[in-house]
Design a protein around this ligand. Structure first.
Ligand code: UDP
Length: 235
């Protein structure tokens, strides 16, 4: 087995499917099925979901609202998505625990690292909600930080593109996908993988990132089986 413990980052936006807002039920179930299949092979799995399908902190400013308040709203949006994923997984009889960076004790456990590790060892899928619980961060940063804390082997960033390209493949037909690339090359070429805080955390802690297309059914399993899909960023 290539990876023993992974952290899967899903964007909130991807959860919208074809919709303009909110959660697409079919997409949610697809993600749950993929996670179930991987968990069944014995890979320990933690998940971070974004909140962009509901609210992003930066939007607050466009409404003339306070940015910090907006960030907390964004964090709560990630909790809503996390709860939806938890329910979808439970429907498929997967054991899960939702650990939140903000204390919301009626619906989730507080984030406690040792508890997260224990859940993973017991084969439960651990979902980290509310980012890191602080404003001015993103769920990519939360994914990197939690992955380092739980000593995950890799951060798998599920997106709607199948990797990192030399240029935007939607605009430039000559763009090529990098199967592998180093942290330094990403910086040199000014490629967009994650925000700088998240990226630097991975680089400084030698935590590889794989960017891949999560919307293609079976891709998560293929990646874990070692197939050459997506782009792997490492030292
Ligand atoms: N957020 C935050 N701190 C965190 C994680 C998230 O303040 O540790 C807020 C931030 O406003 C962000 C929003 O939650 O815009 C939703 O997360 P993100 O934009 O990362 O979601 P995605 O783009 O992955 O859907």
């Amino acid at each position: 087995m290539k990876y023993k413990r992974i952290l899967l980052k899903l964007s909130g936006e991807a959860l919208m499917g074809q919709q303009q807002y909110g959660i697409d039920a079919a997409r949610l179930m697809q993600y749950a099925e993929e996670i179930k299949a991987v968990a069944a092979t014995g890979t320990q799995l933690a998940v971070v979901i974004g909140g962009g399908n509901i609210f992003r902190g930066v939007q607050a400013e466009t409404f003339g609202l306070d940015r910090v308040q907006g960030d907390y709203m964004g964090m709560l949006a990630t909790v809503i998505n996390s709860m939806a994923l938890q329910s979808a997984l439970e429907k498929l009889e997967v054991n899960t625990r939702l650990l939140s960076g903000l204390t919301i004790q009626q619906v989730c456990e507080p984030y406690i690292r040792r508890r997260a590790l224990r859940h993973l060892e017991k084969g439960r899928v651990v979902i980290f909600g509310a980012g890191i619980g602080s404003p001015y961060f993103t769920t990519d940063s939360a994914a990197s930080l939690r992955a380092i804390e739980i000593e995950a082997d890799v951060v798998l960033k599920g997106t709607r593109v199948d990797g990192i390209y030399s240029a935007d493949p939607e605009k430039d037909p000559s763009a090529v996908r990098y199967p592998e690339i180093s942290f330094d090359e990403v910086i040199e070429k000014n490629l967009n993988v994650m925000d700088m805080t998240a990226f630097t955390l991975c680089k400084e802690n030698n935590l590889p990132i794989v960017v891949f297309d999560m919307n293609k059914t079976g891709n998560l399993q293929r990646l874990i089986d070692g197939e050459n899909i997506g782009t792997r960023v490492s030292m």
